[in-house]
Design a protein around this ligand. Structure first.
Ligand SMILES: *[C@@H]1O[C@H](CO)[C@@H](O)[C@H](O)[C@H]1NC(C)=O
Ligand SMILES: *[C@@H]1O[C@H](CO)[C@@H](O)[C@H](O)[C@H]1NC(C)=O
Ligand SMILES: *[C@@H]1O[C@H](CO)[C@@H](O)[C@H](O)[C@H]1NC(C)=O
Length: 531
């Protein structure tokens, strides 16, 4: 097979077909030919079967523990060959207090009650029943470290053990993936040494209280680094905490090294607009450059999984920007970039009131966001899970010749014959059908395929309204978002998923002269299966 990198516009429809009643003439983008190595490149990484993951902020676990959320988790689990791992944690997870006499599940007692992550909750025995839900998932839960507002209280081992013991017992040993040692500790421990000392103290107490022996004691998740600290290494990140003979893993009990990633954490403090969404969020180079800052930490750990355990796009902005279709496309590109760099898991974090949450689980925040709903961003996780599939092979990012940073492409090589079997292509050019978006452009990708490939099957992550779409539950029937023809909704399917046209949507594209040509409209992403 010939590799044909670069731009090619020979005879591949670079002019959009224009309907006569449109007055403006839109010149289409040049077709891009993807350099797809025919056999697996040496820098391809093995895709983990449980890469895609959800997360619930600690005190809201019981809000999520219902049939609707279980159905959404099942929608993910059935696409995967391993159980998804749900993360229970967050800022408020360091502050929780156990109250054995509390009749309700929980009571908000301090801070910005009851919706913020900056809150302290008392948890009763009823809260822990929620750990028994989600039978087809495992969980990582957080051992509370320092408590009180802004972590001002000292570590209290009794308090820590109360949460850990109750969670561990309710979940059952088999479903405990790991126990996280606090959250964003640089907020309250100013040096790596201080964190290491206290985290190991907690490890020791947990191991003894749960009587964990041998391999069972290698159960801890370290750090959950604050996003800016993870990027700047100031005051410390995974690299600093693992370094040297007195590093956090000196006892060999760390299973997972975790850091947090937000694309634009301060977006809500600006006048956020489409230009910023395009330039800083829906932009492959902006994503890749931010991820570059995590690579030193990732490469510094051995025999430990390196994951991003809390993630989000633009924060504190409208639901449309934070969890609408633009955010879904950001999520796809971000997850695939992380995947092809060897990051082992990316956790999509949820809290009922948060603008960026992929779904609102219940009525608790009804007055603020209308109650239970699936948002566009949820579909990104289904897309990535299906790209990885049930028989994950090795994956690599493909170089796309371009000037505007708004296209990306990824390839998967099958685990058995090492041939390319699947591609993911994104066109992040922002098109908003709810604004005066003009005509929607498209990108043609030309893919040279190897001998033996007869056809390509194309599945699309799409919305008629482009980034104006928020999903059926939020925006109604004009705001649909579908992945391969499937849509998820609270009101229509209780999170089980349904096909608005009655069936899955898969297009077949024939191979011509050893190549397939795939059109991806602006603000859309596709998965292409080669067979
Ligand atoms: C674990 O801690 C609880 C509460 O402090 C205590 O009742 C129990 O005996 C401890 N178990 C072990 C094995 O130390
Ligand atoms: C995408 O991000 C890169 C890096 O920040 C920037 O140079 C480029 O201009 C951005 N592209 C667009 C279309 O805003
Ligand atoms: C949007 O989805 C709903 C629910 O499946 C369906 O009834 C409706 O026809 C869809 N609208 C469009 C424009 O496809």
């Amino acid at each position: 097979m010939k590799m044909r990198p670069g731009i090619s516009n020979k005879g591949y429809g670079t002019l959009h077909i224009l309907l006569p009643f449109f007055s403006t003439v839109v010149i289409g983008q040049s077709a891009v030919t993807l350099p797809v190595p025919e056999t697996v490149p040496s820098d391809a990484v093995q895709a983990p079967p449980n890469f895609v993951s959800f997360g619930f902020e600690t005190p809201y676990l019981d809000n999520f523990a219902n049939e609707f959320s279980e159905n959404l988790v099942s929608s993910l689990a059935k696409r995967m060959s391993a159980k998804p791992i749900i993360r229970i944690g967050g800022t408020s997870g360091d502050r929780v207090l156990f109250n054995a006499d509390l009749k309700e599940n929980k009571k908000c007692v301090e801070g910005a009650c009851p919706f913020s992550h900056q809150t302290t909750w008392e948890l009763g025995p009823g809260y822990f029943e929620a750990f028994k839900k989600f039978p087809n998932a495992k969980m990582t839960f957080q051992a509370p470290l320092r408590g009180g507002e802004a972590g001002k209280d000292d570590i209290n081992i009794e308090r820590t053990l109360n949460y850990v013991r109750n969670a561990y017992n309710a979940l059952g040993k088999e479903r405990v993936e790991s126990i996280a040692l606090g959250n964003e500790p640089s907020v309250y421990y100013k040096t790596a040494d201080e964190y290491i000392k206290n985290a190991i103290k907690v490890e020791d107490a947990i191991i003894s209280n749960l009587t964990l022996k041998g391999e069972d004691a290698k159960i801890f998740q370290a750090l959950d680094t604050l996003s800016p600290a993870a990027q700047s290494h100031k005051p410390y990140a995974v690299q600093e905490v693992f370094a040297g003979p007195d590093g956090i893993n000196k006892n060999g009990r760390i299973k997972v090294a975790a850091e947090h990633y937000y694309q634009e954490p301060g977006a809500g403090k600006e006048d956020w607009d489409a230009n910023k969404q395009q330039g800083r969020v829906m932009n492959h180079t902006a994503i890749a450059r931010r991820l570059d800052k995590y690579m030193q930490s990732m490469n510094s750990v051995q025999n430990v999984q390196y994951i991003l355990s809390e993630t989000g796009g633009p924060m504190g902005v409208s639901v449309k920007d934070a969890a609408g279709f633009g955010a879904a496309l950001w999520s796809v590109d971000f997850q695939l970039t992380a995947l092809t760099r060897g990051i082992k898991r990316v956790v999509d974090s949820g809290r009922p009131i948060a603008e960026h949450t992929s779904w609102v689980p219940d009525d608790s925040t009804k007055d603020h966001n209308g109650g239970p709903q699936v948002r566009a961003a949820f579909s990104a996780d289904m897309f990535v899970a299906d790209f990885i599939g049930k028989n994950p092979g090795r994956v690599v990012e493909l170089k796309v010749e371009q000037t505007n940073h708004l296209l990306s492409a990824y390839a998967m090589y099958s685990s058995d014959n090492k041939k390319v079997t699947r591609l993911a292509l994104t066109n992040l050019r922002l098109w908003d059908g709810s604004a005066s978006g003009g005509n929607r452009g498209k990108q043609t990708f030309i893919v040279p395929v190897g001998n033996g490939v007869k056809e390509a099957k194309v599945r699309r992550l799409r919305a008629d309204k482009g980034v104006g779409a928020t999903g059926f539950d939020v925006g109604g029937g004009g705001s649909n978002v579908t992945w391969a023809g499937e849509q998820w909704s609270f009101s229509l399917d209780n999170g089980k998923g349904h096909f608005p046209t009655g069936k899955a949507q898969v297009e077949t594209v024939q191979v011509k002269e050893g190549r397939v040509s795939i059109d991806v409209p602006d603000s859309e992403a596709v998965v292409v299966d080669l067979a």
